[in-house]
Design a protein around this ligand. Sequence first.
Ligand code: P71
Length: 469
Amino acid sequence: MRFPSEPFKIKVVEPIKRTTREERERLLREAGYNLFHVPAESCYVDLLTDSGTSAMSDNQWAGMMLGDESYAGSKNYYHFEAVVRSIFGYRYVIPTHQGRMAENLLFSTVVKPGMYVPNNIHFDTTRANVEHQDAEALDLVIKEAYDPHCDLPFKGNLDVIRLEETINRVGRERIPLAMITITNNSGGGQPVSMENIRSTRQLLNRYGIPLFFDACRFAENCFFIKEREAGYGETPVREIARELFSLGDGCTMSAKKDGLVNIGGFLSLNDERWTQEITNMLILVEGFPTYGGLAGRDLEAMARGLEEVLDEEYLRFRISQVRYLGELLDAAGVPILKPIGGHAVYLNAKEFLPHLAQEQFPAQALAVALYREYGIRGVEIGTVMFGKRDPATGRTIHPELELVRLAIPRRVYTNMQITYVAESIVELYGRRDSIGGLVMTYEAPLLRHFTARFEDVTPVGVISDQPGR
Ligand code: P71
């Protein structure tokens, strides 16, 4: 079957409040047209992020009741440690409350001022944690990753030639480690091939540079390898994961994605000296090494989630559900980023709203319209998030792409709700001319997307008669 139906049934339900267009209009005004300030309970389908928004299984909830809340040596830690070792294969397992703390602990230990960390594309928190050490975060993804129309099976691949040039340019001693983000979130949730990881490893071996993975969406990446890479069609995803991680020296992980939990993360690695230093810092800022800022029950849920995420029936459904949304949109001519990623579909706002200039925040305007008309919340990835001020002129330097990311939480929405999202967007596309731009009225000096405020200049009279309002 091209689009498999849900491999689970629903045991607990959370009612969704319906809002009217008038209510949403008011909420938007109060939120300054910033969707981060719209209450979640006023969203019909919330696609802001796939992070920490998964539905846990009955097995995970049962594990929560078996939480051993001892300060030291909780049995849930030993279970968690055994599961992480069996999947990732690294010697030391350090729990953290979420991904960015794993990044912070790693980089604050091994990255020194003036150093460089290459990656395919750093996620925002990863980049921020590298820069916090007065080091430089280098994005070395293949150039095709920046072309929204280029349909490649492994568009998250690292450009190995540029990596070698970089090593030769800055010097091996200024690169404490290289990273690869699987899947490449900031490049559209695109996978990285085993072959690319192997070539990267071989290159790094010649210079003695360790390789770490940002493993947030590792199971989705491994499923793509099974689907797309020659020689892996019959290999269990779990074995693909073992092979992939064996090519690295460690990983950081936000278990809020492929750990199928609402909170949790970890750092896992082989180096004993780094582990010692990291553990000392962990105790200072996060907690004792057998709980790392989490409760025993959280560790149990994470251990079970990491096993469940490798269930191939689950993964087939997961990847297909995202693809289902993308293909419905694509078939109706809605401009989306290609190919469809593992955790999200990205609307190409420049092409959706060609009548708006980048100064009018087309991606933000599209995200706002989607919420106003249908109660669907996505997130802007464009000028609001990545636009920079030229320090000399004060003028905005716009990013290349204006996207609205529709991230699909794991096991949360049914295919009928996904159909609703697709039909709504197709309808909105049919009357895209009626969507006007926005004017920014407040911006913070850093990470402005979280707190920016706007005024709307959309003409009135764009009325929806869709269900689910
Ligand atoms: C996403 C997030 C969550 C997020 C974080 C910050 C601002 C907005 C949304 C988090 C990631 C990620 C990758 C590849 C590390 C983290 C941090 N993604 N690496 O996509 O995607 O993990 O949130 O657990 O600290 O919405 P953390």
